[in-house]
Each structure stands twice: as C-alpha cells, then as structure tokens.
Write a new protein. Structure first.
Lengths: 223, 213
C-alpha cells in the first residue's frame, strides 16, 4: 500500500471528478451552457498526454545511455498511453466542438496541430513494427521518439498561439483564466488534471508489466 | 569536416536526376493548369510550389543514406566522428535543396508566372525551408535506412514531422507573394529559425546513437 497510494488517489480523484464534475454548479455562459463540464475531461487529457510523453522521452533517453529491454518497454508503453490520451482528447474535443461550434471538426490550427502530432506518434508505432531485430528496434525507436517529441510539442504549445483560432488558449484567446475566475470550477479542474495524469501513469505501468511478463514467458519458451 | 563534405559532393550522380525530376514536376503542373487557361490564383500558386518542393526534398534527401553501402559506412565510422558526418550531410543536403528550390522557383516562375512581390523575403524563406527540411529529413532518412521497408517509412515519418515547418513556410511565402512589409512575417520567421535550431540540435545529439548501431 505504501507504494501504491497514488493509485488509490487516482481512483478517489476520478470518482470525485465524475460525481462533482457532473453535479456541481457551473457558471452559465452563453453557447457553452452545460457543455462547460467537458473542461474536466477534455483538457486534462492533454495534460496527461504531455506528462506521459515526457516520461516516455525520459525512458528513451535513459535507454540510449544504458540499453535494457525494460526501459524500451517502459518508453513504448508510455508513448502508447500518450497516444490513447491524445485520441480520447481529440474525441472529447470533437464532441465539444459539435455542440458549441456546430461542427465535428473545424479547420483550426490547434485542432490540426493536435491531429498532426497524433500522426507523428502514429508513425512511431509504424516504425516499431518495421524492425525484426529487437535491439535495433529499441534503439532506433528511442531515437525517433525523442525527435518526435521535439517536433510535436511546438505543434501543441507554440504554433497555435501565433495564429488566430477559435480554440481557447490560441490567438490571444484566454486559456483558463476566463473559467478559473469561477473558483468552484477550479475545485474540480485541478483534481481532474491530477487524477487523469495519475491514471495515465497507472495504465502505462500495467501495460509495461504485461509486456515484460510476455517477454519473460517468451524467453522461457526459447530456453 | 571539409573533406567529408567533398566526399558527399563526389557522389552527386543523383543530382542531374533530381534536377530533371523537379523540371518535369513543374512542367506537369504547368500542363495540367494550362488546360484551364488563365493565371493561377496566388494561394494555389503558393501551395503547389511548396508541394513540389516537399516531394523533391523527400526524394533528394532519401538518396543520402539509402544509397550508402555498408562498407562505406564502416569506412566513415573509422575515419571521422559521427557529429562531423551529420553536420556534413545536413549542410550538403541544405545546399542541394536550396539549389533545387531555386531552380524550381525559376522554372515555376517561367511557366506559371511570377506573382511574388517581395523576392528577397521569398528567397530568404526558401533558404530557411531548405535548412529545415535538410535537418529533419537527414535524420529521418538515417532512421529509415535501418528499417526493412525504408522508402515507405521515409514518407510516413518525414511528412508529419515537416508539417509544422511547412505551415510556417507557406504562411511567410504567402506574405511575400502579397508584398506585405517585413514586420508582418517577422514572428513567423523567428519561430521558423527557432524550429530549425531545435531540429538541428536534436539531430546533432541523436545521430551518434543512430550511427553506432
């Protein structure tokens, strides 16, 4: 229990976010209306994705310093979890866009940037599947992972801010400041960010353990 | 490093092929548009120009590593540091792409008309684009060369990575087409320089690891 307190914290926080996020009072804003509650689900996805991708890059860097299969698995599963978070983020954002902007997808720099970043990480998976030698696959995908991170992050955090956009947090639109004025929402939003991030790490950990076990079983079969 | 650069230059057999590639692409564009007749609108001119450049860049840089024989790689490995190899390759590719881009621009303007009003800004933009494409694609082609289905992988890995750069490039070159003053494109140009530096630095740091395997 001593080492797993953060999993319990994740469960508690997400239960709280699920209940309070759907039931607590929210400010009445035109157009947004009740859909503002999506803030607790859509935005934390991107926070969680960024943190888990940073972890993935960290494991990749460590892999390049000391190559062990464990680090490769950790980097791979973290990147996969990051992709999952990104896809869920795109889906929740798409639903939100349907009810506020009237379309599932708009030609917006922030949306396109996120989609392209997902393509970059999709290419990471393709790259992994095109090697037969495990060590070479691990090394080269670690290299690509670092490179992909360096080019994908400007797509999220730099380029959309330079251009006009419908999306909050771009083209001079406020990101959270407008909503954060309401301290009730802050009470749910920050726990949501922490909760979803912890969940992402938990997912990555479970997936890595599974891959590691598979690797061990495979090695035993070979022996 | 200079010697390395010369080594690159010596195997430029592909250069003429690339020139012909660019020339024929531009000519195909010309033919397919002349059927409709009339001058191309500026946004279409711009988009088409960058698409031509994108594809010729991927093709030109892909040659860099895919055509290297294993023996020569080993020879380089014993003679020079990996950092020198990547720097030489990037600068050679940047020069190659710049040359190709200028030829393409010349031909393109010749057959499709030249709506560019601020040529200095446009050429500077093309220069930044050549450096950026070269530093992204050199590492990507190094990665792709290790895999089994390298030519597909080159496109799959390269295109999304180049999109951020391409968006900025298209924006600045649209400004140059419309003859806006320098201030309008200043922030985009600065971001472009920063992006080039990030990509170049990451390539420089990562290449030694790629090289060893």
């Amino acid at each position: 229990m001593r080492n797993n307190w953060w999993k319990a914290l994740a469960v508690v926080l997400l239960l709280y976010v699920g209940i309070a996020g759907l039931l607590m009072p929210v400010p009445r804003l035109a157009i947004l209306n009740e859909s503002i509650r999506n803030l607790y689900f859509h935005v934390p996805m991107w926070f969680g994705m960024t943190f888990i991708l940073v972890a993935s890059v960290y494991y990749s860097v460590r892999y390049l310093r000391t190559p062990t299969p464990e680090l490769d698995i950790l980097a791979h599963e973290s990147a996969k979890t990051g992709i999952l978070m990104g896809v869920v983020g795109l889906a929740t954002g798409s639903i939100w866009a349907r009810y506020t902007w009237g379309a599932w997808w708009t030609n917006d720099p922030k949306l396109n940037g996120a989609a392209i970043a997902m393509l970059i990480y999709g290419a990471y998976l393709v790259l992994r599947s095109s090697f037969t030698d495990e060590q070479q696959r691990a090394r080269i995908s670690a290299i690509y992972n670092i490179f992909a991170f360096a080019t994908a992050m400007p797509l999220f955090y730099i380029l959309p801010r330079l251009t006009d956009s419908l999306h909050p947090g771009a083209g001079g639109n406020p990101a959270f400041a407008k909503y954060d004025l309401d301290s009730n929402m802050r009470l749910v939003f920050y726990p949501a960010v922490i909760g979803w991030t912890l969940l992402a790490f938990w997912l990555a950990q479970v997936a890595s353990r599974l891959s590691l076990l598979k690797l061990k079983v495979y090695e035993k079969q070979l022996a | 490093m200079q010697k390395d650069f010369r080594l690159e230059w010596r195997q430029r057999a592909a250069l003429n092929g690339m020139l012909l590639y660019v020339g024929s692409t531009v000519f195909v564009c010309y033919l397919s548009f002349s059927l409709r007749g009339g001058q191309l609108p500026a946004p279409a001119w711009n988009a088409l120009f960058w698409i031509v450049l994108l594809f010729s860049a991927v093709n030109a840089v892909a040659k860099g590593f895919l055509q290297e024989s294993r023996g020569r790689m080993l020879y380089y490995y014993t003679v020079v540091r990996p950092q020198a190899v990547i720097l030489a390759k990037i600068s050679y590719n940047a020069l190659l792409l710049l040359g190709l881009a200028l030829v393409a621009f010349f031909l393109y303007a010749l057959v499709l008309g030249n709506p560019v009003q601020n040529v200095g800004l446009f050429v500077g933009n093309v220069l930044l684009g050549a450096v950026g494409f070269a530093s992204t694609l050199t590492l990507v082609s190094g990665i792709a060369a290790k895999a089994t289905n390298s030519s597909t992988l080159m496109a799959v890995l390269g295109f999304p990575l180049m999109v951020p750069m391409l968006l900025l490039l298209i924006k600045v070159s649209k400004n140059a087409l419309d003859g806006l003053e320098f201030e309008a494109s200043q922030s985009s140009l600065l971001t472009l320089v920063a992006l080039n530096m990030i990509v170049g630095a990451v390539s420089y740091l990562l290449f030694p690891f790629l090289w060893r395997s």
